[in-house]
Design a protein around this ligand. Structure first.
Ligand code: SAM
Length: 331
């Protein structure tokens, strides 16, 4: 049996690495108010440690790596990390998820460092609403970052939108229409209940079925196949559009049977399911001089710890049980 196959015959070939738990935004659905404490510097994996883990991961069958956070572009020398990861033999894809605030400065450097694709999180086209969602007046910076990314050659640039009733549901059509004007993929993501937060009531949840109905009012939309068969998004295209629209349904149509992901937190824990608190510590072994074989065994153990499915659903959202908010897991 290949060492990246879990107990439910899923091939785990996608590693998402959170390189920092720090973020320059305070999105209402992501980061807890007040009580969140940043990890101490020495708890965070160094770039050399991350690179070592990635070599092990690729040897075990990981072919795709996504760098995320927190906000990954906040971490110093991220270009050094990207250059080193993109050189790993047999790694097929290196991508980044960013809030885009610093993207204008970094886009061409990331491109040259071998990053193949970017996902930029942007929930609204309205600067005032952007402030309400993120706590920062950064809409124009993000937008110029997206333009710069397109200019330097990233294709597609994926724009991730967390859909929230009463906040941005009236913009779903406008956001989707970006695909007519720009070669972007706009992906609507169901709101996941991570925070015990009165600012994020359950009534904000919008299912992707409802989003699809809204999109049908915007224009003629047809399903399109995706090259990424393991990705969680189902894709559509408006007639005549340059880009695609994606729907990601972690709650209403969860994709656990085809989930191919493993996460590495900034403090060196391998996490096999976003919604499960089970974590496998690889940092302690790494720092105490474990051999490559021992580290491979720990990585394999993390893969075998992947649960068959998560227990979240639309009705029973209170079952969420993460001791880490999203900002600390790496979305
Ligand atoms: N700072 C980067 C960014 O903003 O893209 C990367 C980290 S962020 C945690 C990664 C993704 O997780 C973002 O697209 C964000 O919108 C998404 N996310 C965070 N909390 C979420 C939630 N409660 N439900 C759905 N998506 C969420």
């Amino acid at each position: 049996m290949p060492r990246n196959v879990d107990n439910f015959k899923r091939r785990i070939d996608y590693l998402r690495i959170s390189i920092t738990d720090w973020c320059n935004l305070r999105c209402i659905y992501c980061r807890p108010r007040g009580k969140w404490k940043k990890l101490p510097h020495d708890e965070i994996l160094s770039y050399e440690e991350i690179i070592q883990i990635c070599h092990i991961a690729v040897r075990l069958g990981i072919t795709k790596i996504r760098i995320t956070g927190g906000e990954p572009l906040l971490r110093r020398n991220i270009i050094y990390l990207c250059e080193n990861l993109s050189r790993i033999d047999k790694l097929e894809s290196l991508t980044i998820t960013t809030n885009g605030v610093l993207l204008k400065h970094f886009a061409s450097k990331l491109y040259r460092a071998g990053v193949q694709r970017l996902n930029v999180s942007l929930d609204t086209l309205n600067p005032r609403k952007y402030y309400e969602i993120t706590g920062k007046n950064m809409f124009h910076k993000v937008w110029s970052g997206i333009e710069e990314a397109l200019l330097v050659g990233f294709y597609p640039v994926k724009i991730n939108v967390v859909a929230m009733r009463g906040i941005n549901d009236n913009e779903i059509g406008e956001l989707a229409k970006l695909t007519f004007k720009y070669p972007v993929h706009v992906r609507f993501i169901e709101l996941m209940p991570f925070l015990d937060n009165p600012e994020e009531p359950e009534s904000r949840f919008i299912s992707t079925d409802e989003i699809l109905n809204i999109l049908r009012d915007v224009g003629t939309i047809s399903p399109v196949s995706s090259s990424n068969v393991n990705g969680p998004a189902t894709h559509f295209r408006f007639k005549g559009a340059l880009g695609k629209v994606g729907l990601i349904s972690p709650i209403s149509h969860h994709f656990c049977p085809s989930c191919n992901r493993l996460r590495l937190t900034a403090d060196g824990k391998l996490r096999a399911c976003l919604f499960s608190n089970t974590e496998t510590d690889i940092k302690t072994a790494l720092r105490s001089g474990a051999s490559e074989e021992e580290l491979e065994a720990i990585f394999h153990e993390a893969i075998l710890a992947k649960p068959e499915k998560h227990s979240l659903n639309q009705v029973c959202r209170s079952s969420v049980s993460s001791h880490r908010p999203m900002v600390a897991i790496g979305g």
